[in-house]
Design a protein around this ligand. Structure first.
Ligand code: TTP
Ligand code: CA
Ligand code: CA
Length: 635
């Protein structure tokens, strides 16, 4: 359920940028003969010509839609070019589109905080850039406004006038505008410049929305497509929202939106204005009630996250019509392929970006024999993610079996699977200096898994996913490899000057505390300063923006951990007194995870862990497979 975030006091300038018919543009760049032609990208499949996943604007004019299959598209537009998505392991290989998306992100991220929201979308916080422009070269003093900016669509301005560009220019120039509008004008100019830069450097066009918050920017970015931008001045917000169908809002596309329509008769966002905040809270709880009350007024405090990399990795395949999978063996074959790709992707994320995924999730669509419109859905299942293709494959199959068990209930009936996907989520950055974790996970002969140290919490309480979990290092792998050393040194250069000193100090204290046992050696290598860096597909650049928030998160995390850590046994944690230290809670180490570790580390951990006084507080599975038990039936 959506939750209202506190709004910042100062006005912000937020943009949402979305690429036009993205996969088609990538294919057109690969084969320029397709430019300007009706074209669609087709998901590999020989059933009715495959499913369309991206359609060029030229083909849309003929009525070609994404929901069509290739054969149908050929009927409505005989001249259409159908391009097959590249294939690897008998399924779509989206790498070429992913890296094309990354090219765009690299350009857009140059002007402010940038959040990669999907393969072809980003949010930008351009507040600082807009303020700077307003101070240094405000639009009203510029002789010539950047031409692309004058093509903007400004909500609230008449759009059918013959001199539209003149009226846009006048709006951008207005001397007596209020501060908020002036900032938006600057935002519009900056986004126009960025879009031109994207076009020049990548040959791709994109569309954008520019507003005071993410919600409004997202709502309008697709309003005028392709290759256009739309601005939402504050004065236009109410009129825009009043007739906007609730289902158009990202968070209202599902059950909440249906309930608003069915239970409260709310069809448009404007209809929400008929309800008091208290009334909405009565129906949907305090948080969601307040959120609804605020969005009806165009208020949203959600921040642009500083993240140039995807939030998760997913890998899926559909099996339409006769392709449906009907037995465990065929499911296993496909799951193995999907997991192999997922494993490669998380491994490369780890190698390039030093990020670890914590949770493996399996989604499927299924039907029972003769009951294909049965409402019962195949339940999604999750477990702690263990690195290594074989382990991911094994776990995914167990998740499938567990889901199937729940799906079928007591019925002993035939089934078929029409879609399967696996995802790696809850990805976190490894703090700088912890090269040994990498060494441990990536180790050439590593037969052990990185295993999460707090898996049940991750599954039960999403908020705990923010904690940092680390994996003890294999004793022999304490010394980082030369490439890791280089990486470490590079990172250190970006961190604060006092970091090295601080590291030495902590390292010394740890050694005093515990001698040279393997895990403390590993801990002593950890840097107490959270790395101030921004990662982008392996590129690292300096990034002052997140320091304070990182510190705050660390402080909270530290607080939480400090409350429960066994200080007698693990006063190494206490030595990391700085708010930016990272640590883990010994008592929360799952026995199932410990069993996955090398014997010497197991012995060491067993040495730390005393049976908790109140053992009911930590009910953990005894093996990894305990996570795969079918969920208990309710009632
Ligand atoms: P979208 O941004 O939804 O669409 P688009 O970029 O093709 O077109 P538009 O100009 O309207 O934004 O999706 C981005 C890419 O993601 C799209 O080119 C193909 C892929 N995609 C799928 O593979 N399957 C899907 O169901 C959707 C919606 C998108
Ligand atoms: Ca798009
Ligand atoms: Ca998109």
């Amino acid at each position: 359920m959506p939750v209202a975030r506190p709004e910042p006091q100062e006005p912000r300038v937020i943009a949402h940028v979305d690429m036009d018919c993205f996969y088609v543009q990538v294919e057109q760049r690969r084969n320029p003969a397709l430019r300007g032609q009706p074209t669609a990208v087709v998901q590999y499949n020989d059933w009715k010509g495959g499913g369309l996943i991206a359609v060029s604007y030229e083909a849309r004019k003929f009525g070609v839609k994404r929901s069509m299959r290739g054969d149908e598209a050929k009927m409505v537009c005989p001249s259409i070019n159908l391009v097959q998505v590249p294939v690897a392991r008998d399924k779509a290989d989206l790498n070429v589109y992913r890296s094309a998306g990354s090219e765009v992100v690299a350009i857009l991220a140059t002007k402010g905080k940038c959040e990669r929201a999907s393969i072809d979308e980003v949010y930008l916080d351009l507040t600082d850039a807009a303020k700077e422009m307003l101070l240094e070269s405000p639009p009203e003093l510029s002789e010539l406004i950047f031409e692309e900016a004058t093509k903007s669509n400004i909500l609230g301005l008449p759009s059918d006038v013959s001199n539209r560009e003149d009226s846009v220019r006048a709006w951008l120039y207005q001397v007596d505008a209020d501060y908020q509008d002036k900032l938006l004008s600057c935002g519009a100019i900056i986004v126009a410049q960025l879009r031109i830069k994207v076009l020049e450097e990548t040959q791709f066009t994109c569309s954008a929305g520019i507003a005071h918050n993410k919600m409004l920017a997202k709502l309008v970015s697709g309003m005028h497509k392709p290759a256009q931008q739309t601005v939402v001045p504050s004065a236009a917000v109410q009129d825009f929202l009043v007739s906007l169908p609730v289902k158009k809002m990202k968070q209202l596309g599902g059950k909440l939106g249906s309930s608003l329509q069915d239970d409260l008769g709310v069809k448009t966002v404007g209809d929400l204005l008929n309800f008091t905040e208290e009334k909405l809270q009565e129906f949907y709880g305090v948080n969601t009630g307040t959120w609804l009350w605020k969005i009806a007024r165009g208020i949203s405090g959600e921040e642009v996250e500083d993240r140039l990399l995807p939030k998760s990795h997913g890998c899926g395949k559909t099996f339409p019509g006769p392709k449906a999978l009907k037995n465990n063996a065929s499911v296993k074959t496909w799951l193995d392929r999907l997991c192999e790709e997922l494993s490669e992707r998380i491994q490369s994320d780890l190698n390039q970006n030093k990020r670890i995924a914590q949770t493996l999730t399996l989604h499927a669509r299924a039907c029972k024999e003769n009951e294909c419109d049965s409402i019962k859905k195949f339940p999604s299942k999750s477990c702690p993610l263990r690195y290594g293709t074989g382990k991911i494959q094994e776990d995914a199959m167990k998740l499938f079996e567990s889901g199937l068990h729940d799906f079928l209930g007591s019925q002993n009936t035939k089934w078929s699977i029409t879609s399967l996907s696996v995802a790696a989520t809850k990805i976190f950055d490894i703090p700088s200096g912890t090269n040994s974790i990498l060494r441990y996970i990536k180790g050439p002969n590593s037969t052990v898994s990185p295993a999460n140290l707090d898996p049940p919490s991750v599954l039960e309480d999403p908020s705990l996913g923010k904690k940092l979990h680390v994996t003890p290092n294999h004793e022999e792998h304490c010394e980082p490899s030369s490439s890791e050393k280089e990486e470490h040194e590079n990172n250190s250069n970006l961190a604060k000057p006092h970091q090295a000193k601080e590291e030495k100090r902590v390292s010394k204290k740890l050694t005093e505390v515990k001698g040279t046992c393997s895990i403390l050696k590993f801990l002593s290598q950890s840097s107490p300063v959270i790395n101030e860096k921004r990662k982008f597909d392996g590129l690292i650049c300096s990034h002052p923006g997140t320091e304070s928030s990182s510190k705050q998160n660390k402080a909270e995390e530290h607080d939480k951990s400090a409350r429960s850590v066994d200080k007698d046994k693990f006063n190494a944690g206490g030595s990391h007194s700085s708010s930016s230290t990272w640590m883990f809670n010994v008592e929360e180490i799952d026995p199932a995870v410990v069993e996955e570790l090398p014997p010497e580390i197991q012995r060491e951990i067993h040495g730390w862990i005393r049976p908790p006084k109140n053992s009911s507080s930590k009910k953990r599975g005894s093996t990894i497979s305990s996570y795969f038990r079918p969920a208990r039936k309710s009632g």
